[in-house]
Design a protein around this ligand. Structure first.
Ligand SMILES: Cc1cc2nc3c(=O)[nH]c(=O)nc-3n(C[C@H](O)[C@H](O)[C@H](O)COP(=O)(O)OP(=O)(O)OC[C@H]3O[C@@H](n4cnc5c(N)ncnc54)[C@H](O)[C@@H]3O)c2cc1C
Length: 496
């Protein structure tokens, strides 16, 4: 019985998996360099028993526990000032079934590693987002998505999950077993338990033939259905300063590999030179429009590339960035883009107006049945904007993001959960028919709120976390802690 382990022994057992307090790893910062926090302790378990030990300690010390992957969420979703449990060492593949086309893996495995195991078995995920650095549990918990109007988010490909619940028990759930916990946990933001492992539906490995071409804005928006259905996976990058859209159409193919692009063009010019230009534009904001035009020109030629699916799905997301992304009903796409375009053009016409970065990313997913999935019950268009941070430095973004959020909300937008947004439970209840069901399950499986953090309290529970010690990097409070209460400190003392 875990409850019978003396406290000192518990500290000793946890010491090897506790990130030393004085190491740089004791502070958590997300990939985008936009949020940071100093948890009371960070644990890196290597097995499931150690997860249970962390939970036991949290229970005794009245702490919450936040499970995290690699911290790629561009908000404070993963942040906590209490206990953080980094899952990346629970990264084993447990089963591969090529015949039935599924894989079972621990939640902390990165997609990159998962893809490698799948490839060895001649399998692949059906639709992948822009990168593959995230953990399996991280993408499942946030409805991470790729693009393709007949493809759901990656959470939808989960067939079953094994959870560590707040009471220390394990639960395996699927659509047929504990279906309500399952539907609450897919895109459940880590609030129902730790995802120890997931069974994922996959398909035989495939190549994609991607055609990219740049077209006038109206050509796409006036013929949206045609373009969106032209291929299995369609995505757009819109350059509003030039009113042109770079369109990508990808289909499965048996043709031999023939990658498009060159290091000089895409890496040297498209990545490094653009970063230097964006850096200069921090001081001369009008230059941003020129940089956007340059980036648009760089990708103006039609290209055809054939490669393994992953190499086509994943793209260069460039630099640390502020980002926001919203999911609107597919049928509102044109109206929403036109309204945002009008806003941007007014800004460009104003000598003191905003000069946002590029491009605006537009993607599509099929509807699903996951309670908190932004694609719940509707075919979805995702519109995402970024403001890059050249060399990690700050740039203005708040005014642009606020204006964008007002527009997408007028078109029934639901925010991407991993990205910062203003929605509170009252608003979420309006846009998610199962929000009450979600809250009921969350409170039933975790009555004490062990898995909550400030983000969860703010958006899903409704607690005003005015003193949250987590904030935008230039904001207040970066997580000052009472050091004598740190497990890291206690473990250190116990060792002396
Ligand atoms: C460069 C970049 C590109 C991106 N591209 C896309 C994209 O194309 N499409 C898209 O939809 N999103 C995209 N994202 C967002 C990203 O996919 C999500 O933020 C994802 O959750 C990150 O995974 P992670 O492992 O870093 O999880 P974290 O950010 O560490 O955590 C995310 C959430 O998952 C929960 N969680 C993590 N592990 C567990 C676990 N074992 N058990 C329970 N809960 C857990 C956390 O509690 C938290 O709520 C991108 C982000 C970046 C930085």
């Amino acid at each position: 019985m875990l409850s019978e382990i003396p406290l000192q022994n518990l500290y000793n057992l946890l010491e090897p998996i506790t990130v030393p307090r004085n190491s740089p790893g004791a502070r958590f910062t997300n990939w985008g360099l936009s949020y940071t926090c100093l948890p009371a302790a960070i644990f890196e378990p290597e097995n499931e028993f150690q997860c249970e030990l962390v939970l036991e300690l949290a229970k005794r010390e009245g702490k919450t526990v936040r499970a995290v992957g690699v911290g790629h969420s561009p908000s404070d979703l993963a942040c906590t000032k209490e206990y953080m449990i980094r899952m990346t060492k629970l990264n084993r593949v447990l089963e591969v079934n090529s015949e039935k086309r599924y894989i079972v893996a621990q939640g902390g495995i990165t997609l990159d590693d998962l893809h490698a195991h799948l490839a060895k078995n001649n399998l692949a995920m059906s639709s992948v987002g822009s990168i593959s650095e995230q953990t399996l549990a991280g993408v499942v918990a946030t409805a991470t998505h790729g693009s393709g109007i007949n493809f759901c988010s990656m959470s939808s490909t989960a067939m079953a999950l094994t959870l560590l619940l707040a009471d220390g028990t394990r639960l395996t759930c699927s659509r047929s077993e504990h279906g309500d916990v399952f539907l609450a946990t897919l895109c459940g933001l880590g609030t129902t338990g730790i995802i120890l492992s997931a069974q994922l539906e996959v398909e035989p490995a495939f190549r994609l033939r991607e055609v990219q071409r740049t077209l006038p804005f109206e050509e796409i928006t006036d013929n949206l259905d045609d373009h969106v259905n032209r291929a299995e996976h369609v995505r757009f990058w819109w350059f509003p300063t030039k009113d042109r859209i770079r369109a990508s159409y990808s289909n499965r193919t048996a043709e031999p590999k023939s990658p498009a692009g060159s290091w000089w063009w895409h890496t040297f010019l498209g990545h490094h030179v653009v970063q230097i230009l964006l850096f200069i534009a921090r001081y001369i904001s009008n230059l941003n429009s020129w940089v956007a035009n340059f980036a648009c020109w760089l990708v103006s030629a039609e290209t055809v590339g054939i490669d393994d699916s992953l190499k086509i799905f994943n793209v260069d997301c460039r630099y640390p960035q502020y980002t926001t992304e919203w999911a609107i009903p597919y049928e509102n796409t044109r109206a929403c883009l036109l309204e945002f375009r009008e806003y941007l053009h007014k800004e460009y016409a104003n000598p003191h107006g905003l000069r946002p970065h590029f491009p605006v990313e537009i993607r599509f997913t099929a509807e699903d049945d996951i309670w908190l999935s932004p694609s719940f019950g509707r075919k979805t268009c995702w519109i995402g904007i970024v403001q890059y941070k050249p060399f990690g430095l700050t740039v203005p973004y708040r005014k642009l993001f606020s204006a964008f959020e007002r527009i997408v909300q007028r078109h029934s937008g639901r925010p991407h959960w991993a990205k910062a947004h203003p929605f509170t439970p009252a608003k979420l209840r309006e846009v998610y028919p199962h929000f009450n069901d979600f809250q009921r399950v969350m409170k039933t499986v975790d009555p004490r709120g062990v898995w909550r953090n400030e983000y969860v309290e703010r958006h899903l529970v409704g607690v005003d976390v005015a003193d949250a010690e987590v904030g935008w990097e230039n904001g207040v409070g970066m997580g000052g802690m009472k050091t004598e209460k740190h497990i890291g400190w206690r473990v250190h003392k116990a060792r002396q």
